[in-house]
Design a protein around this ligand. Structure first.
Ligand code: UD1
Length: 367
């Protein structure tokens, strides 16, 4: 069996790692296409090196652009690659512009197409990720859902017959790296200047368009972080750095200590070392949950509703709605003591995905 994985953005590289490892133990040919949506070393190269992912077989080198331009450029560059490779499956990951571009190219060439992390919904139609997920799910032939909730969403959209509960591959990689970090197999992460790893700190990230692109909203979010009762290690995505610079907004304010994004092991270590997480990232909400740290999510909704149980995760649509004491209490709340379930699966999802692709060989495209 030949499988082409299409990736391009940081969270997809994290999901690719356990899939590539699962293929490595088989006779199958796993061919990796990197679209180049993320090109900074901090967002791409360090994940290949740090997670032991084989180099991409093809790099499309697309780079940044408006949604239409980026998606279209990926499709134009990908078409001849798929036409040459003619794989048994095309595997697309998550909800980025690389995902929807890959799925559209593949189904239009009648190549069986599987979507990993299918069925997530925020029900917020303004998010580019929501457009990407819905379009990809409706295009693909096999929908690999990470959770029961995702299966319900797919069924509600008439996609039940194409859906399978595969579990979440991010559990596979997160728990493996957690154990390696605990065993001292990774160097201590380079936290931003001003953060003392021996003292309580909050770990923060912000990169969603709805939070970074509106100057008033971004200023309010940074002001809330600045007013935190403990130092905040703000690992700044290039999008945040770019938007803040355009808006003349200083990220270094009050409690906030901005720094560079970390590689995956560094991120896991930084979460484990933190008192809690403040973020708008989907992946980090789940990692905080898996690593046992309370999370505050600066959004009005989350796709990962399982993390909300027992207040492991708290949604804050607008920190200005809280007074200072409420904000302080929220971001420094202790981890819940009730035992967690395993809503994201057992850490064996990648092997299951390979098995599901084997079983689905010969599946007629878009049946
Ligand atoms: C993309 C995904 C988002 C995912 C995120 C993870 C879409 C629509 N969004 O958002 O779902 O959570 O990746 O990081 O696909 N930039 C750089 N260097 C890079 C990449 C980006 O400087 O290597 C800057 C550029 O200013 C660029 C901006 O970040 O315009 C946005 O990059 P883009 O790839 O469009 O989306 P992300 O915000 O990274």
């Amino acid at each position: 069996m030949k499988v082409v994985s299409i990736v391009g953005a940081r969270p997809q590289l994290v999901k690719l790692a356990p899939i590539a490892a699962a293929f490595a133990g088989t006779e199958h040919r796993h061919f990796i296409v990197h679209t180049g949506q993320h090109y900074d070393a901090d967002l791409s190269d360090v994940f290949f090196a740090g997670l032991g992912i084989p180099d991409p077989d093809v790099h499309l080198g697309i780079g940044s652009g408006s949604h239409g331009v980026q998606t279209g450029a990926i499709m134009a560059a990908l078409d001849p690659v798929l036409d040459t490779e003619r794989p048994d499956w095309v595997l697309v990951y998550g909800d980025t512009n690389s995902t929807v571009a890959g799925a559209l190219c593949a189904v239009k060439q009648h190549l069986p197409t599987a979507h990993l992390e299918a069925g997530l919904r925020s029900f917020n139609r303004r998010m580019p990720e929501e457009h990407n997920r819905i379009l990809t799910d409706h295009a693909a032939d096999l929908l690999l859902a990470p959770t029961e909730e995702a299966m319900r969403h797919l069924a509600a959209e008439g996609l039940a017959t194409r859906s399978v509960l595969a579990g979440d591959v991010m559990v596979d990689v997160c728990l493996r790296i957690r154990d390696a970090v605990r065993a001292g197999e990774h160097p201590a992460p380079a936290l931003p200047e001003g953060i003392d790893a021996g003292q309580p700190y909050l770990l923060a990230t912000l990169h969603r368009a709805e939070n970074t692109d509106d100057p008033r909203r971004l200023a309010a979010l940074i002001a809330a972080l600045a007013d935190s009762p403990v130092p905040v290690a703000l690992l700044a995505h290039p999008r945040l750095v770019a938007r803040a610079a355009e808006q003349g907004l200083k990220l270094q304010q009050g409690a906030v200590h901005p720094g560079r994004p970390l590689n995956y092991a560094g991120m896991v270590a930084a979460v484990l070392g933190s008192a809690g997480v403040v973020t708008d990232s989907g992946g980090l909400q789940k990692e905080a949950y898996l690593l046992g740290r309370p999370c505050t999510t600066l959004r009005s909704e989350t796709e990962w509703v399982e993390t909300l149980v027992d207040d492991w995760n708290a949604l804050v649509p607008d920190p200005a709605d809280l007074d200072a004491a409420e904000w302080h209490r929220l971001v420094t709340r202790p981890a819940p003591t009730a035992p967690q379930g395993t809503p994201f699966g057992d850490g064996q999802a990648a092997t299951r995905v390979v098995g599901l692709l084997e079983k689905g060989l010969g599946r007629s495209p878009s049946a």
